[in-house]
Design a protein around this ligand. Structure first.
Ligand code: 2HA
Ligand code: ZN
Length: 273
C-alpha cells in the first residue's frame, strides 16, 4: 500500500494544485480538509503512527468522534503540497469525546494542522448532520474578487446572494440556497468558527469579509466547482462595477421562472426588488 497513490489522496492533492493555479492561495493562504470514508481510513491505517499527543480542538464536535480527516498543515504553502504531500498535509484522528485530535500521519518535518482547524471541524460537524453524512470537503481560500466585493457591497447575505446570482445564469442553480457573510473577525479561533458554522446551517458558502471564503461539498469536484463558480461570478461583478454598473440584469421574475424549469427552490428573501 502506498498512501500517496490512494484515490482520496490523489483527488485531494489535485485540488490543491488547481486552487493554487487559480490564484486563490498566495503564500500560506487558505486551508482545506476532507472527512475520510471509514474504508479509506482502514485501507491506509498501516501507515499511521500513534505516538503524537492528543491536543484540544477548541470546540466540541461530538458527531465526529473517531473520524479521520486529511488536512493541510498550518503555515504550509498550497503550491508545495503536490511536491511533498507528506510534509505539507496530515491525517488527524478525533478522540472519543469530540474535543481532542492527534496527528496520525504526515507533517514529516513537524508542524500543526491548519490554524483554522476549529472552523473546519465545526463546519464538518454541522454538514455531517445536515446532509446525512454526504458532505466531506471543506475548502477555505483567499479568492480575490469575492474579497474585493466585501469592501463595496453591504455585508448582508441577501445582497451578496442576489448580486452573485445575477452575474451568471448558472449561479442560482449551483447555489440555490444562497451565500452567507461573516463580518470581519479575528481568524483562527472559536468565535469565527461558531459564526461560520451558524451560516453553514443554511448555506454551502460562507464569505469572510476582507479575508476569503469557505465552501462545503460532497466531494472534491463539487466543492472546487462551487468555489470556482462563486469566484467567477464575483469577478464578473467587479468588472461590471468597474464599467460603471449594471444597465440591465436578470430580474426577480426571471429567477422565479428559472427555478420552475430547473427544479430548484430559490428563497423569496433573495428575490425582493
Ligand atoms: O493562512 O488562510 O485563515 C491560512 C489562512 C488563515
Ligand atoms: Zn484565510
Amino acid at each position: 500500500m502506498d498512501i500517496l497513490k490512494e484515490s482520496f489522496m490523489q483527488g485531494f492533492i489535485r485540488l490543491t494544485d488547481d486552487a493554487f493555479r487559480k490564484g486563490w492561495h498566495e503564500r500560506n493562504g487558505g486551508n482545506y480538509s476532507y472527512r475520510m470514508k471509514p474504508e479509506e481510513a482502514d485501507a491506509v491505517k498501516a501507515a499511521f503512527s500513534y505516538e503524537r499527543e492528543w491536543q484540544d480542538i477548541g470546540v466540541e464536535v461530538k458527531n465526529l468522534a473517531g473520524e479521520y480527516f486529511l488536512v493541510t498543515g498550518s503555515g504550509k504553502y498550497m503550491r508545495n503540497v503536490i511536491l511533498d504531500p507528506a510534509a505539507n498535509l496530515c491525517i488527524v484522528e478525533i478522540d472519543g469525546t469530540g474535543t481532542k485530535f492527534r496527528i496520525v500521519w504526515g507533517l514529516t518535518q513537524g508542524g500543526r494542522p491548519t490554524s483554522e482547524l476549529p472552523t473546519h471541524l465545526m463546519n464538518h460537524f454541522i454538514k455531517k448532520e445536515l446532509t446525512g453524512g454526504k458532505h466531506r470537503v471543506i475548502l477555505h481560500a483567499h479568492t480575490t474578487n469575492v474579497i474585493a466585493l466585501t469592501f463595496v457591497l453591504p455585508l448582508k447575505d441577501e445582497v451578496f446572494t442576489r448580486e452573485l446570482w445575477e452575474m451568471a445564469t448558472e449561479c442560482p442553480v449551483v447555489f440555490p440556497e444562497g451565500v452567507g457573510v461573516v463580518p470581519w473577525m479575528v481568524p483562527g479561533g472559536r468565535d469565527i468558527a461558531l459564526a461560520t458554522a451558524e451560516l453553514m446551517k443554511q448555506y454551502n458558502v460562507a464569505i469572510w469579509a476582507h479575508h476569503g471564503i469557505f465552501c462545503s461539498g460532497a466531494d472534491f469536484d463539487e466543492t472546487f466547482g462551487l468555489m470556482d463558480t462563486v469566484e467567477k461570478s464575483a469577478e464578473i461583478l467587479v468588472k461590471v462595477l468597474s464599467m460603471g454598473g449594471k444597465r440591465q440584469t436578470i430580474t426577480a421574475q426571471n429567477f422565479r421562472d428559472l427555478a420552475v424549469d430547473f427544479k430548484v427552490t430559490l428563497p423569496e428573501k433573495f428575490l425582493q426588488e
